[in-house]
Ligand binder design. Structure first.
Ligand code: ZN
Length: 440
C-alpha cells in the first residue's frame, strides 16, 4: 500500500519514557502517522516497505526553533568579525541585494541541508517570507514562517508598513496550508529594533489569529543594557508591561535575562530558544539554561542563521548545549543527554504549537522521524545509545528523514528537492547576483 513503512528490528528512542532506549522494535507508519510500536512484527504491515533497522536508531525528527533559512547564502562570507561590523558592513548590504530568485535558491539549499541533518520542522524569521513558505511547502518540511519586522520611527501605520502588510498576507495565504504543514507565526525582530506601537499591534494580531510570536530577546549585553537605560526596565519587563507575552511567544537567545525575567517567561509560558553556536561565534555570551530549566521554562534549540553558525546541524547545538550548561553551572551532572534531546524534539514542538502532532514517539503522532546509521567508527562501542546520540553523533549520521510518513531524504538523495539544480543555481544565479562572482 501507498506510504506504508515498517522499520524492522530497530533501536527506538522515546524521550518521554523513563527508559528511553527501546531495542529490537518494529515501528509501523501508515497514512502519515506512527501506527505501531512493538516487539512483534505486525501482520498488517506485511505489504509495507520494509526498512532494516539493524545498527540503526529511530527517533523523533529534530525541530529547529530559531533560524533565518535564506542566510544559508551567507555561509562563510564573513567570519571572525566584530558583531556591529559584521551586521552593518557585511550582512545588511548583501541582504539588500536579495531577490525572489536568490531567496528561493538560498532557502532550497538551507532546507536540503536541514533535512539531511534530521530536521523535520523549523521556525523561520526573515523577509520574502512568501517565497520561503512556498519552498517549505514544496519540500514537504514542516515550518512556522514569520516575517521579521523593524520600526525605527514614532509613526506606525500597520496598513502602510511593509512588514506588517506582508505578515497579514502570509497569515491569509499560508497559515494552516497543507493541513498545517505550514503555520504562520507573527514576529518582531527585537525590542531594540521596534517600539511599543508595533509590540501592541503584533500582540493583537497574533491573538486574533491564535498564533505565536517569534522574537530575539536579550541576545547581547549591549541590547539588554540599552533597554534598561531607555525604559528603566529589561527588554522582558518592558515587553511584558505591554502584554506582549499574552499570546504564545518563542524568545530566541535569552542570554542576558534576569531571574525576574525568567519568572515572567515562566508565568507567560514563553519558550526560550537557545542558540549556543551563534552566541559563541558572535561572542554574545551563554544563556543560563540551567536556571531556566529549574524555573520550569520550556527550552528548545535553534541554529540561528547559517551566517552565524555556519551550518544547520542541530546535533552540534545538542552537544554544545549540554557542554556549555555544565560549564556554566560548574556541574557536569546537569543537562543530561535525555534532557537535551527532549529540547531538540518535544521542546521545539511546544515552541511551534505542534506538540499534539510531533516531537514524541507515540502511536497516533505524525511520522516525523529520523533514522541514524550507528554503524560508524565514531559510534562504536555503544555503551549507551543516548550518550552516543548527544556526544558522538553528527547530522551526517542521519540516513533517512521522514515527514508525515513521506521520505524526504535518504542516503544522500532528496526526494522533494532537485539537488543538482539547486547547486547549479547557487553557483550560476545566487553567487553572481549577491556577491558578483560565480566562484565556489
Ligand atoms: Zn536570529
Amino acid at each position: 500500500m501507498k506510504n506504508r513503512t515498517l522499520f524492522c528490528d530497530v533501536t527506538v528512542i522515546d524521550i518521554q519514557q523513563e527508559q528511553p532506549v527501546l531495542n529490537h522494535r518494529y515501528v509501523g507508519v501508515s497514512d502519515g502517522k506512527i501506527a505501531y510500536i512493538g516487539e512483534e512484527k505486525p501482520e498488517e504491515f506485511r505489504d509495507a516497505r520494509s526498512v532494516d533497522g539493524k545498527n540503526k536508531v529511530l527517533m523523533s525528527g529534530l525541530i529547529n526553533s530559531h533560524t533565518h533559512i535564506p542566510m544559508t547564502a551567507l555561509r562563510g562570507y564573513s567570519d571572525d568579525t566584530d558583531l556591529q561590523d559584521w551586521l552593518y558592513n557585511k550582512i545588511f548590504p548583501i541582504e539588500d541585494k536579495f531577490t525572489k530568485d536568490t531567496i528561493r535558491i538560498a532557502t532550497q539549499l538551507g532546507v536540503m541541508e536541514a533535512m539531511s541533518f534530521g530536521t523535520t520542522s523549523l521556525s523561520d524569521m526573515y523577509f520574502f517570507s512568501d517565497e520561503i513558505a512556498s519552498v517549505c511547502a514544496q519540500s514537504k518540511i514542516k515550518a512556522n514562517i514569520s516575517r521579521g519586522a523593524h520600526l525605527f520611527t514614532e509613526e506606525f501605520d500597520p496598513t502602510a508598513h511593509q512588514a506588517m502588510v506582508e505578515q497579514n498576507e502570509l497569515l491569509q495565504k499560508w497559515n494552516g496550508y497543507d493541513q498545517g504543514l505550514i503555520l504562520i507565526d507573527c514576529a518582531i525582530h527585537g525590542e531594540y529594533t521596534t517600539n511599543y506601537k508595533m509590540w501592541e499591534y503584533v500582540r493583537d494580531l497574533a491573538a486574533s489569529w491564535n498564533t505565536r510570536i517569534q522574537i530575539h530577546l536579550s541576545e547581547t549585553q549591549k541590547e539588554h543594557e540599552e533597554c534598561i537605560q531607555r525604559y528603566g526596565m529589561t527588554p522582558t519587563a518592558v515587553l511584558h508591561r505591554h502584554g506582549f507575552f499574552d499570546p504564545s511567544v518563542v524568545a530566541a537567545h535569552c542570554v542576558y535575562i534576569t531571574e525576574e525575567d525568567m519568572d515572567i517567561l515562566k508565568e507567560k509560558n514563553v519558550t526560550a530558544a537557545l542558540c549556543p553556536v551563534s552566541n559563541l561565534k558572535l561572542a554574545s555570551g551563554r544563556a543560563d539554561g540551567n536556571k531556566m530549566l529549574q524555573k520550569g521554562i520550556n527550552l528548545s534549540l535553534g541554529t540561528d542563521g547559517v551566517a552565524s553558525n555556519n551550518n544547520a546541524d542541530l546535533f552540534e547545538e545538542i552537544k554544545l548545549t549540554a557542554m556549555l550548561q555544565k560549564e556554566r553551572a560548574k556541574d557536569p551532572t546537569c543537562f543530561e543527554a535525555q534532557e537535551v534531546l527532549q529540547m531538540a524534539t518535544r521542546g521545539g514542538a511546544i515552541a511551534q504549537g505542534r506538540q499534539k502532532e510531533t516531537g514524541t514517539m507515540a502511536v497516533g503522532m505524525d511520522a516525523d522521524l529520523i533514522l541514524l546509521d550507528f554503524d560508524k567508527p565514531h559510534l562504536y562501542p555503544c555503551h549507551n545509545v543516548l550518550n552516543n546520540l548527544v556526544y558522538s553523533a553528527k547530522g551526517s549520521d542521519v540516513c533517512m528523514t521522514m515527514v508525515r510518513g513521506q521520505v524526504v531524504y535518504e542516503n544522500g538523495e532528496f526526494k522533494t528537492l532537485d539537488r543538482e539544480k539547486i547547486i547549479y543555481e547557487t553557483n550560476k544565479i545566487l553567487m553572481p547576483t549577491l556577491f558578483g562572482t560565480s566562484h565556489l
